[in-house]
Design a protein around this ligand. Structure first.
Ligand code: SF4
Length: 330
């Protein structure tokens, strides 16, 4: 039996290089070793974008297409739509009975994101999304959750919810699997503006779907070592976003380029030109697959429907077990 992984993306738009380096690449590498569930998290997208239903609807296709474009194979992975899996909604309600509002208010990720979005008056759905996330993970009894270091508090909250459930209703048994975090060792990719995070909402992303010219323009704008004003100035690749991208996408040349930067034997313009070419070469096969799926949306829809059907079959069984444990069956 393969262990099961649950991973996925909020359906708020197209995915970018930060997603690729941080998670999509490893999803592709792991897909044959694990039973991989990819959640198209449209309910979670609603927690922040409930006023933009059309954007979320389009985002379902965007996210599915980007996942397929990077090389996830529909015959290997289960790609499903969160809102269409009844078990997730039911489990969210059950778990919300014993999760305290205070524990949600003090969740570091909730606090950080509330600040980021400028929320003062939190909605019920936003505050409760760690509960919904516990439901996402447990409806299919996932064993492993790939995460970046900053997402560990979320996983810990999920683990607490599951342990609490097992304590309350398990009768000495673990009804629900307690998942482990599969910690990503890849450092987070900064945005083109030098911000520590590349983000859709931050306007500093290079998208998997960006045309070569757009990639070139964005790389031209990317923040460098701002102390390097002239070609003859020695640069410091340790504080240059372009150098970080070289390390992520151009591993064979990044050390040499870093050295050339330090001894001023390469100019920023040339350095950026090399990087644009390397990124565009990385994106070429992704964009070819992307074009196929984008022009065959009925195929994408079928893949999502098939995955969602499988998720529902598995989820329905889990909900029955949960109801049984909670003594809700008569
Ligand atoms: Fe950055 Fe390259 Fe310029 Fe050095 S040469 S500062 S690594 S862009």
């Amino acid at each position: 039996m393969k262990k099961r992984i649950l991973t996925g993306d909020r359906t708020t738009g197209k995915l970018h290089l930060g997603h690729y380096i941080g998670s999509l690449k490893s999803r592709v590498a792991l897909q044959e070793s694990y039973d991989t569930f990819i959640i198209l998290a449209d309910v979670q997208a609603l927690t922040t974008h409930f006023k933009e239903p059309s954007k979320i609807n389009e985002g379902i296709y965007d996210v599915a297409i980007d996942n397929l474009a990077v090389g996830l194979k529909p015959e290997e992975v289960t790609i499903f739509q969160q809102s269409q899996v009844k078990a997730i909604a039911e489990l969210t309600i059950f778990y919300s009975m014993f999760v305290s509002v205070n524990s949600l208010r003090h969740n570091p990720t909730i606090k950080t994101e509330a600040m980021q979005y400028g929320y003062e008056d939190l909605t019920y759905g936003f505050l409760g999304y760690p509960v919904s996330q516990a439901a996402d993970i447990t409806f299919c009894n996932a064993d492993l959750i790939p995460v970046g270091g900053d997402q560990l508090p979320h996983i810990e909250q999920t683990r607490k919810i599951i342990r609490r459930f097992n304590d309350l209703y398990g009768d000495g048994q673990n009804v629900l699997t307690i998942p482990e975090a599969l910690l990503s060792e890849t450092p987070r990719l900064p945005g083109v503006d030098g911000n520590a995070k590349m983000g859709k909402s931050l306007g500093n992303a290079i998208y998997l779907s960006d045309e070569p010219e757009v990639v070139g323009q964005k790389i031209k704008m990317t923040k460098t070592d701002t102390n390097r004003l002239r070609l003859t100035d020695r640069g410091n690749p340790d504080i240059c976003t372009v150098a970080t991208y070289h390390r992520a996408f151009n591993s064979t040349e990044s050390a040499t380029i870093g050295e050339m930067c330090r001894n001023a034997s390469i100019g920023c313009s040339t350095c950026k030109g090399v990087l644009s070419q390397v990124i565009n070469e990385t994106l070429k096969p992704i964009q070819d697959r992307r074009h196929y799926y984008d022009t065959h949306r009925h195929v994408v829809r079928e893949i999502i429907m098939t995955g969602t059907d499988r998720a529902n079959i598995i989820g329905d069984v889990m909900v029955e077990e949960v109801k049984e444990a909670m003594k809700l069956k008569i």
